[in-house]
Design a protein around this ligand. Structure first.
Ligand SMILES: O=C(O)[C@H](O)[C@@H](O)[C@H](O)[C@H](O)COP(=O)(O)O
Length: 236
């Protein structure tokens, strides 16, 4: 079991304020101690306001490297690109000084691009200072989708990233080919924060805490990881 702490907020605003404060203090402390900071980020509506708030803070952004937790295998100018989302929320204003390491590369498929992505991620400051995770109503986190092609490898390998081809669903939409942090990649952090919004996802989270298949609910593998320090933030 991960070292789990749970915080239940009354509102999205309260969760955002706490997340922004946590991100800013983590980055500042890492820079103070190590001279640099690494921050792994997810897409999704939950972290967006905290990213926007953070982008206006005058941290030493030139000492910060931001990288994705997961990405669709689409170019950075695609409307569904998580990189585009991070560019338009976090990497603005003061934070435009931060370095960004992309998951997507020029290879035609995620499988073909995996080795290059792994090399790029192996260069990041590790363990990562902080990793922000979201979860979907299907129990996916990062791009660890239930019964996806590549999921078993992503849960077993010691590599940081893995190509995933998700089973198409309402949650995935039509773009199922992705790159994701593996379970080891998710655990390669000093602190992970999992953001959950709404009662339906809370129910999935509670189910994930119960014993059962990690392939049915991949979040379960993250919750089961013995070395991960994980804070769960929930808001209605
Ligand atoms: O790449 C994606 O498909 C999304 O980023 C996705 O994984 C998201 O993180 C979760 O669905 C949580 O979304 P919310 O933050 O909107 O709850």
């Amino acid at each position: 079991m991960a070292q789990l702490t749970e915080a239940f907020f009354d509102s999205k605003e309260a969760m955002t304020a706490k997340l922004a404060e946590l991100l800013s203090s983590t980055v500042s402390q890492a820079i103070e101690v190590d001279g640099r900071a690494s921050m792994l980020v997810s897409g999704g509506s939950s972290p967006a306001p905290a990213y926007k708030h953070l982008s206006n803070l005058s941290l030493s952004w030139d000492k910060v490297t931001v990288a994705m937790v997961d990405e669709r295998w689409v170019d950075a100018d695609h409307e569904k690109s998580n990189e585009a989302f991070i560019n338009s929320t976090l990497l603005q204003n003061e934070a435009s000084q931060a370095a960004f390491v992309t998951m997507k590369n020029a290879e035609a498929t995620a499988i073909a691009g995996q080795a290059q992505c792994e090399r790029a991620y192996a260069e990041l400051k590790a363990p990562f200072d902080i990793t922000i995770l979201g979860m979907g109503p299907d129990g996916h986190t990062a791009s660890l989708f239930p019964h996806a092609e590549g999921l078993e490898q992503a849960l077993q390998t010691s590599e940081l990233v893995c190509a995933i081809n998700a089973k198409q669903s309402e949650v995935t939409g039509s773009i199922t080919e992705r790159m994701s942090l593996t379970l080891s990649g998710i655990a390669n952090t000093k602190h992970a924060v999992l953001l959950i919004s709404g009662d339906a996802k809370r129910a999935v989270y509670e189910e994930a805490k119960q014993p059962g298949s990690e392939l049915d609910i991949p979040l379960r593998a993250v919750l089961n990881h013995p070395e991960l320090k994980l804070s769960v933030f929930w808001c209605p």
